[in-house]
Ligand binder design. Structure first.
Ligand code: IPD
Ligand code: CA
Ligand code: CA
Ligand code: CA
Length: 256
């Protein structure tokens, strides 16, 4: 295994390269198709980003397996050895409707342990990346552990559908917090929690939606679990809660 620092530099280079392509390609009309519904879209750019990232990873780490949302990677059924988990474009609906508030995410796990995670906020050109060995950095800043706010002291990111359907008494949790926010990109939501702008985020997520954010959050001593406080499963969908430890305690008490 190459040194973590060297791998960090290489991954940041991939992200910058893919970002430049996205900025160029989004000048042309997008090819958009529906997956499960009209609210679940995929574009030519989701697919081309994934192909590029898979190629980069295959050249860099040929033995590894790759789990990606759009299926250019491998069928991954366990976390043994090197497993890369990628979301080539997170927040596709935002990308299509807003041309903003979307991310590219990459995570590397070795034997189930999170080694490196990256969330690139494409339109702001900021990469939040790193892991337990090196800490969490942007290009200009080392992130510190956010203040351990309680639920009532901060803003909570939520999934719109979960709030509307009042899953886990989310409407009461909303009342108990300072307010909820709905951004529509798991990656950008994780960034809000990593930077202390929100004290938590609750959503139903697939592995590629939370794999990178989990590594970064845990490096900063934030907790990432299912909403009931049990460990997340890295290979299936989960109702995920990322938050400060005090907010996690408050939410678990409220859903009991
Ligand atoms: C989606 C976004 C959204 C979350 C959905 C994800 P995608 O990812 O992260 O915020 O609520 O569950 O599927 O499909 O745009 O990569
Ligand atoms: Ca998608
Ligand atoms: Ca996603
Ligand atoms: Ca995606």
């Amino acid at each position: 295994m190459k040194k973590v620092q060297e791998t960090d530099r290489v991954i940041r280079g991939w992200l910058e390269e893919v970002r430049m392509d996205v900025l160029k390609e989004m000048q042309d009309p997008l090819a958009i198709s529906e997956k499960s519904s009209r609210k679940d879209l995929v574009t030519n750019i989701d697919k081309s980003n994934e192909k590029k990232l898979v190629n980069f990873i295959r050249q860099f780490d040929p033995e590894a397996r790759i789990l990606g949302e759009e299926g250019s990677g491998d069928v991954v059924q366990d976390m043994k050895g090197h497993v890369w988990i990628i979301d080539p474009l997170d927040g596709t609906l935002n990308f299509v409707k807003q041309r903003d508030n979307f991310a590219i995410m990459i995570a590397l796990y070795i034997d189930g342990k999170g080694i490196l995670g990256y969330i690139m906020d494409v339109m702001h050109d900021i990469i939040y990346g790193g892991g337990p060995e090196i800490g969490v950095f942007t290009d200009t800043q080392k992130l510190r552990t956010p203040d351990n706010l309680t639920l009532r002291e901060g803003l909570l990111g939520v999934s719109g559908p979960m709030l509307v359907h009042d899953r886990y008494h989310l409407q009461a949790i909303d009342e108990a917090s300072s307010g909820v926010r709905i951004i529509g990109s798991a990656g950008i939501e994780f960034i809000q929690v990593l930077t202390g702008k929100q004290n938590g985020y609750i959503s139903h997520l697939m592995p590629w939606d939370f794999a990178a954010g989990k590594i970064l959050s845990e490096t900063l001593e934030l907790s990432v679990t299912k909403v009931d406080g049990t460990p997340v499963d890295m290979l299936s969908s989960n109702d995920v809660l990322v938050s400060t430890r005090n907010t996690q305690k408050d939410i678990i008490n409220m859903i009991r």
